[in-house]
Every structure is written in structure tokens, then in C-alpha cells.
Write a protein that binds this ligand. Sequence first.
Ligand SMILES: Cc1cc2nc3c(=O)[nH]c(=O)nc-3n(C[C@H](O)[C@H](O)[C@H](O)COP(=O)(O)OP(=O)(O)OC[C@H]3O[C@@H](n4cnc5c(N)ncnc54)[C@H](O)[C@@H]3O)c2cc1C
Length: 314
Amino acid sequence: MLINLKNNKRILPLAIIGAGPSGITAAIYAQRANIKPIIFTNEIVCGKIAKTLLIENYPGFKSTTGAKFCKELQEQIEFLKISVIYQKVINLAKTAKGLFIINTKTEKFYFEKVIIATGTKEKQLPVKGIKEFHGRGVSYCSSCDGYFFKDLNIAVIGGGNAAVEESKILAQIGKKIIIINRDQKLLAESMLISQIEKMSNVQIYYNTILLEAQGKQNLEKLFLKNVVTQQKIELKVDGLFIYIGAIPNVDFLDPEWSIMDDNKYIIVNNHFETNITNLYAIGDVVSGYVQQYTTAISSATFALKNIIERGFLH
Ligand SMILES: Cc1cc2nc3c(=O)[nH]c(=O)nc-3n(C[C@H](O)[C@H](O)[C@H](O)COP(=O)(O)OP(=O)(O)OC[C@H]3O[C@@H](n4cnc5c(N)ncnc54)[C@H](O)[C@@H]3O)c2cc1C
């Protein structure tokens, strides 16, 4: 059931902006409490799960793929008849009476409460050649593009969980994987590190940065530098995947609201409510929060408990 309020100022109870694990969990709890939430999303339902090749740290699944997990979630959303509006929220405003106005490119909606569950987007690597070869060898999403590099040489930049997890899977697709890590050790979970270190077709370059990506039609080689020895390295590769962190998706928020920290992550209390009444934030977009599925889901549960307890006026 979609409700278009273009010519109708009916106030709806709850908007959830974002359809990743946090937004989906919030919607499940809200729907089961008969709140009839509306999810807004600019992509398919699933968020980053759709961009993850393999999940091995979620209870109940020894190992599953992002694609399988995503399909289950989409079926659950359909089964519960949760309303999803496939539009990007471009602005969130507030009326004098404390209601929220959600603007998409073409429509305007009024809500009593809003949950921001918009997650983060990948940090771009500001290195010569990266923009030029994006989509022609350079990618920020291994589940989307990994199979284009079957039996080829792949480099991965980064040293955190995402970089190591994705390298593990890419190692089963590609011929050789070279992890380029600017620090002297990987920052991922120790179990992931010991798994990746045992893989025979994975090589790790420590203390190494990327200086430039080059090629003709497609990416062909990388120029690297070891920051300790100052040694320069030329590396022939077919693909490059970049996992160097993320920045929050908050472009639609009014910077005057002062609900964000210096890095634009949203500050919340124990109920995941911001300092604006009835405005909540959950998942990866939250300031100082652990960015994982389990925590995204947990934050949604806390927020919904509070929302259900406080009830609705309209
Ligand atoms: C490569 C990779 C692998 C990972 N692997 C794991 C793992 O194995 N285990 C684990 O626990 N965690 C993993 N993570 C972390 C995990 O993906 C995140 O912690 C989790 O997805 C956060 O959920 P979220 O709902 O907060 O945000 P997201 O999943 O990022 O979802 C945000 C949603 O908001 C939507 N959105 C954004 N802006 C707007 C807007 N203006 N209007 C409408 N919609 C909007 C987006 O389209 C998206 O649907 C991985 C992350 C990456 C990048």
C-alpha cells in the first residue's frame, strides 16, 4: 500500500529512510506493532548486504552469501506487506508543530516520527587514474563486479574487515590477489587475518600506498610506494577493489540541526533518538557505533522499543 500525499496532508506515523539491515529491522518491528511504517530507499531493499559477497559472522548462518540473505529479507518485507517507496530522500524538514516533511524529487510526505537508517557510502580514493578507470577495472563493490575478474590478477586496497573479507572471496575467483595496506599490519578481526594469511594466492603489501593507476582502455597497472623503504613498485593487475572506509549518507539533512558530529555521523542517546524529538538514527550512520549487521539490527530494536512505548499522537 503506497500513500501519495501530494494533494493530501494526511500525517503518517513513521518513516524509515534507508532499507539496509537497520531500516529493514525497524520496519519489521513497526509493522508487527501495527504502526504501518513506510520505508524510503534509493536502491533495492537490502542496503550493503546486497554488496557483500560472503557473511560469516551472523548468528544462525555458518556462512551465507549477501545475495541469499538479501533475497530472504526481500521476501520477509513482501510477506509482512511493508510499504516501500523507491525514491531517494533529498530533504528532511520540520514544521513549526514538530512534524517532519520528507521530500523526494517529485513528492512530499508528512510524518510524525522519522528514523534515519541511511548507512554510509564508500570513501573514494583520491589518486590519479582511479576516477578514470572506475568501471573499467576499478570497483568499490566485489559482489557486483568480482566475477568480471575470474582467473585474473586483482588488487585490493585496505586493511580492515571489509577489505579482508572481500579479498577472501576474490581469492576464490581471481588468479592472484594482492592486498595493498598502508599500515604495517591488517586491522581486521584476527580470525580473518589468519584465514587470509593462509591463502596461497594472496600476497599482502604492508606499509604501501597507491600512487597512480594506469592503462589504455582498461586498468593495466598500478604504481605503488613502500612508505618505509621508499621503494617504488610497478604492479600489473586487471582489477582493483577499494575498501578504505566510508562516509555517512546525510546529504538530505539540514546542517543547522546540529545533530551530527564533526565527521557527519549522527549523535543519538540510548534510545537512538537524536536531540530532535521523534527523530531517530540507527545503524552505520550513528556516531561512534560499531558498523556491523548485528549492531545495525540491535540499534533498530532499541529505537522501535522506545517508539512503541511512547506511542503516536496522529
Ligand atoms: C564490502 C563490505 C562487506 C561487509 N561485510 C560484513 C559482514 O560480513 N558482516 C557484518 O556484520 N557487516 C559487514 N559489513 C558492514 C555492514 O554491511 C553494515 O554494517 C550494515 O550494512 C549497516 O546497515 P545499515 O542499515 O546501517 O546501512 P546500509 O546497509 O548501508 O543501508 C543503508 C540504506 O540507506 C539507503 N539510503 C541512503 N541514503 C538514502 C536517501 N537519501 N534516501 C533513501 N535511501 C537512502 C541506501 O540505499 C541503503 O539501502 C560489510 C560492509 C562492506 C562495505
